[in-house]
Design a protein around this ligand. Structure first.
Ligand code: FAD
Length: 486
């Protein structure tokens, strides 16, 4: 039989408003279902993840309509576009995060979802420890050894992606990632440490050059913005503290692709490259990092296209995404009665329909049908809307969250599919200049920079941070960046 596209009504009823309550499956009208324990209670939506998708969803779902339970190893939301600024001290870390407990949730568990039983509607969780390392993305969640289960009525998977290192030797051990607030703190420490190391009278000229070479791997907006912010830190602040060291400082962006900023028009990408050229930031496209190794207090990089190894004090890795281990596990297992969750062949993400419902494929060769898990949704970087090529961005994640939140509040409206509205793309280039591109216009220079700052301010989540961010910008402008090491 030809593959058919069906939304199967599961006949699931309200289940477990407590921890690890279990119900016995029973057959109802030929469809697998479960006995109800408390029909009158509000439905419980369990959200996995406190990122752009999960946090935004928890804000939109009305507490008067549903009980909201959030699970995340991170007890805060990170405003990722400000991480590059935070890593050089333009703003303070606290202005880039929002604590999830401020949302007034029914419950929050600092835990990691390790498995989901879709038939029993339960999630297995591992409590995670909270320490400084846990705020760094490469550390991953630090399990405490305590495991428990909770039940859900509606489940939203919003666990995002992890950094992909493509197996390049030494990246995990020696490079810095830029995905969490602890990553920014580590970068700031390492940059300042490199300057202090280079300032020692015992450091040779050769080693000064190595220590003060900052390598950025990845020419997407994140890598470009980090290089630009670093340029500002060096030229606006560190140049006053370490004038004798300026001649040793260099910043290089390496990218394996033939061009950087591929999402921008040629005209804007060229403007960015010209600006970097004027600022002395080297952009090396079609250059592939093969290995990083530590030698004393600096790093040595092997670039495939260059005969000699290059020294560096700090390497920031900002390229490549890979699926979250939970997603990898979910798409590989068989759900009784529903088959396998469909995964996108390119990204490995969970395929959802235009209402964000997780899709499965049931049956064997020649007799396959597509089904929707009516109570299970996936949004943000870990999901792919079938037939759409939305990029992995905060814009997409937050719009999906707002859409789904409203649908959950009112009940899913089959006639109202998700529509993405592209607000445009921006990148900061240093020296108060930026580029902006949308379907209707293009902007570059100071005007784009004003737009860039305004957008970040208006999109930041709480009134507290909307006030804090301009205060930090003003402090930086008047007194310079915070260059203390702690
Ligand atoms: P994330 O924000 O990554 O959140 C995932 C959440 O899930 C985290 O809280 C994590 O702790 C949690 N989690 C992970 N595993 C589990 C588990 N097993 N159980 C429970 N919880 C789990 N996009 C833009 O549109 N504009 C920008 O300017 C922009 N700038 C960026 C700058 C940087 C430095 C970075 C890194 C990204 C930027 N992006 C930007 C991309 C944007 O941040 C991502 O697309 C967005 O974060 C995706 O949101 P998400 O909620 O799907 O995932």
């Amino acid at each position: 039989a030809a593959a058919s596209y069906v939304t199967r009504q599961l006949g699931y009823s309200v289940l477990c408003h407590g921890e690890a309550e279990r119900a016995r499956p029973r057959v109802r009208g030929g469809v697998r279902g479960y006995t109800s324990t408390s029909e009158e209670k509000k439905e419980r939506v369990v959200i996995l993840g406190s990122g752009w998708a999960g946090y935004a969803l928890a804000r939109v779902v009305s507490p008067s309509k549903m009980d909201r339970v959030l699970i995340s190893p991170r007890s805060y939301f990170v405003f990722t576009p400000l991480l590059a600024s935070a890593s050089v001290g333009t703003i303070e870390f606290r202005a880039a995060i929002e604590p999830v407990r401020r949302l007034g949730l029914t419950d929050y568990h600092q835990a990691w979802a390790s498995d989901i039983d879709f038939n029993r509607k339960t999630i297995r969780l591992e409590a995670t420890r909270r320490d400084d390392r846990a705020t760094r993305s490469e550390a991953g969640p630090i399990p405490s050894g305590k495991e428990f289960e909770i039940g859900y009525d509606k489940l939203v998977i919003a666990v995002g992606c992890h950094s992909q290192t493509f197996g390049v030797e030494g990246v995990k051990e020696h490079a810095c990632f830029l995905r969490d607030v602890g990553d920014s703190r580590l970068i700031r420490l390492k940059v300042l440490k490199a300057f202090e190391g280079a300032a020692l009278p015992s450091t040779s000229e050769e080693d000064k050059k190595k220590l003060l070479h900052f390598a950025v791997v990845g020419g997407g907006p994140t890598g470009i913005e980090f290089a630009a912010e670093l340029f500002d830190l060096v030229h606006e602040d560190l140049s006053k503290m370490y004038p004798a060291l300026m001649k040793y400082v260099s910043i290089t962006i390496y990218d394996i692709a033939p061009k950087v900023l591929p999402m921008f028009d040629k005209n804007l990408a060229n403007y960015a490259i010209e600006m970097f050229h004027r600022q002395g930031i080297k952009v090396k496209t079609e250059h592939q990092l093969e290995r990083i190794r530590r030698v004393d207090d600096h790093l040595m990089l092997k670039i495939r296209e260059e005969p000699e190894e290059v020294g560096a004090g700090v390497v920031v890795w900002s390229t490549g995404l890979k699926q979250n281990p939970l997603v990898e596990k979910l798409v590989s297992q068989e759900i009784e009665g529903f088959g396998k969750i469909l995964k996108d062949p390119k990204t490995g993400g969970i395929i959802v329909d235009e209402h964000m419902r997780v899709q499965t494929e049931f049956g064997s060769n020649g007799n396959k049908e597509k089904l929707s898990l009516t109570d299970v949704f996936a949004i943000g970087d870990c999901s792919v809307v079938e037939g759409e090529g939305f990029p992995n961005t905060a814009q997409v994640a937050s719009q999906q969250a707002v859409y789904l939140g409203r649908q959950l509040n009112k009940g899913i409206d089959e006639n109202k599919p998700f529509r993405f509205r592209n607000w445009g793309t921006m990148a900061y280039l240093g020296s108060w200049r930026a580029i902006h591109q949308s379907a209707s216009d293009e902007l570059k220079g100071k005007a784009a920079w004003i737009l860039w700052r305004t957008a970040y301010l208006t999109k930041s989540m709480s009134i507290r941070n909307k006030l804090l961010i301009p205060v930090y910008w003003a402090i930086t402008w008047i007194f310079g960046r915070d260059i203390s090491r702690f």
